[in-house]
Design a protein around this ligand. Structure first.
Ligand code: GLN
Length: 492
């Protein structure tokens, strides 16, 4: 019998429809895979009992030839999405045993379409991080290992590390993720998976725990570009409950994956290379250019002159918004409370006990850059830089239709690598934050293995609302790269 966990989402949905196997069968196969992979620590909460109930309900629908676009498919949900009656932690201790009484719009859409939810996936605390090491529930382990170094454990990237690891290890057919500065694309690059951050406003933020509201965007992590298109189609859509949600008809993302890129103008921004970046990443970028050329694209050099200011601007805007968003965790309404001598003391003790080091650092930076006297020098300045970065892209779109860049400046690195300097960690996001600051769609597609046998991704960034071109170019890269490598299964 075929290994049902090795199927793409697309093939699984077709197989379910054709009744080659049932949802209960494919769900059970994934539950087994999740149990085998427990050491990867990808899940914070599993919900297998309800998954089987949902699978049975899907089978009943499928038997009648009914069912939605994700009917019967076992998927994972990043634990930042509020799910009714299922513990939601945001990777933090501060929420305690919080069980939302409501369902966020994205997962509501997916449930409406018939998804079977296996559980809630691990992440950096409040999605702040690039390695999943800031989670209060422990690091997630990357299923990939450097060749010949079997005792080394690598990070899966962050903040959607659980999502990336679970998809790469065939524990679910696809997973939701969120991307504020790169948290879909960087973990996808580190685990040989595909991840797309759509245009800001495509997916409703309603019911997703907020990190930095003007940057946060949900999207899928999957094993193929087509699978990402299928999942995004279900996740996205207008929602009046999110005032920044885009009220525009969704194009057919799957159809876009099959579109030819003949004549498409691909811009190569000269600023997307940094000192100390491995030569292999530059080589892969060149290879990507050749692949797209062979597929009929026209390559144009472009300049995005404010790129070097993107990371500093992001690390002002994101902490500023986080300090405001996280002010609500005061021990009065949610989760953890540590009683102090008076109200202020209670606030302080609660927040000191509930938040981890990285979240506290961000709150302090954010509070500082928003405080009287520093607001103009930092926050306002960063907002101006943000406008310049958006303008850079607008100018680039005069000569090209999409951009090709590396996703990250490195491959996955070892868990516990000493990080005395947080800026070193922040550098992971150097090629991804720009798309968040400008609200643009970006996809990471696995393109090659490095000299240690670890996956590397290439990124396509597109115009706002033009995910179709991003999918088309992403699918062309995927086809040319022919990336079929899988991590060796050492975790059983
Ligand atoms: N790594 C970035 C950060 O720590 C991005 C996180 C994200 O996209 N959620 O802020």
């Amino acid at each position: 019998m075929t290994d049902l966990t090795a199927l793409t989402l697309e093939a699984a949905l077709a197989g379910l429809k054709a009744k080659n196997f049932s949802s209960v069968e494919i769900t059970k196969a994934h539950i087994d895979a999740c149990m085998e992979g427990a050491d990867l620590n990808a899940f914070i909460t599993t919900d297998f009992e309800n998954a089987l109930v949902a699978a049975k309900a899907s089978d009943a629908k499928l038997a009648k030839g009914e069912g939605g676009a994700l009917e019967g498919a076992p998927l994972g949900i990043k634990d930042l999405f509020c799910t009714e009656g299922v513990k939601t932690t945001a990777g933090s201790k501060i929420l305690g045993a919080f069980k939302p009484q409501y369902e966020c719009t994205v997962t509501a859409n997916m449930k409406q379409d018939g998804m079977v939810m296996l559980g809630k996936l691990n992440l950096d605390e409040f999605a702040m991080g690039s390695s999943n090491e800031t989670s209060a529930f422990g690091s997630v382990v990357n299923p990939w290992k450097p060749e010949g170094k079997n005792d080394e454990e690598l990070v899966p990237g962050g903040s959607s590390g659980g999502s990336a690891s679970a998809v790469a290890a065939n524990m679910c057919l696809g997973a939701t993720a969120t991307d504020t500065g790169g948290s879909i694309r960087q973990p996808a690059s580190f685990t040989g998976t595909v991840g797309i951050k759509p245009t800001y406003g495509r997916c409703s933020r309603w019911g997703i725990v907020a990190f930095a509201s003007s940057l946060d965007q949900a999207g899928p992590i999957t094993r193929t570009v087509k699978d990402s298109a299928i999942m995004l189609q279900s996740m996205a859509g207008y929602d009046p409950k999110d005032s920044t949600s885009i009220n525009k008809e969704l194009p057919d993302f799957s159809v876009a994956c099959d579109r030819s890129i003949k004549g498409l103008r691909i811009g190569i921004p000269k600023e997307y290379t940094i000192d100390g970046m491995p030569g292999e990443i530059d080589d892969l970028w060149q290879q990507g250019i050749e692949w797209l050329k062979d597929a009929g694209a026209e390559i144009v050099p472009v300049s995005l002159p404010h790129t070097k200011y993107a990371l500093p601007a992001y690390y002002i805007v994101a902490p500023a918004e986080c300090s405001s968003n996280l002010a609500r965790y005061d021990g009065m309404r949610y989760g953890v409370r540590v009683d102090g001598e008076d109200l202020n003391d209670t606030y302080e003790m609660t927040r000191a006990a509930g938040f981890g080091k990285e979240v506290r650092r961000r709150i302090m930076i954010g509070t500082y850059v928003l405080s009287a006297g520093y607001y103009d020098a930092y926050y306002l300045q960063a907002q101006k830089v943000r406008s310049r970065i958006a303008e850079d892209f607008t100018n680039a779109w005069e000569t090209c239709d999409a951009l090709l860049t590396p996703t990250c400046p490195s491959a996955a690195f070892p868990i516990g690598r000493p990080v005395n300097d947080p800026v070193q960690m922040y550098l992971n996001d150097i090629f991804t934050v720009t798309a968040n600051l400008a609200g643009l769609p970006g996809i990471s597609v696995p393109a090659a293995l490095d000299k240690d046998g670890l996956p590397l991704g290439l990124q396509i960034i597109g115009r706002a609302l033009d995910e179709e071109t991003v999918f088309a170019a992403g699918a062309a890269l995927e086809k040319a790269a022919g990336f079929t490598a899988k991590p060796k299964k050492w975790w059983v």
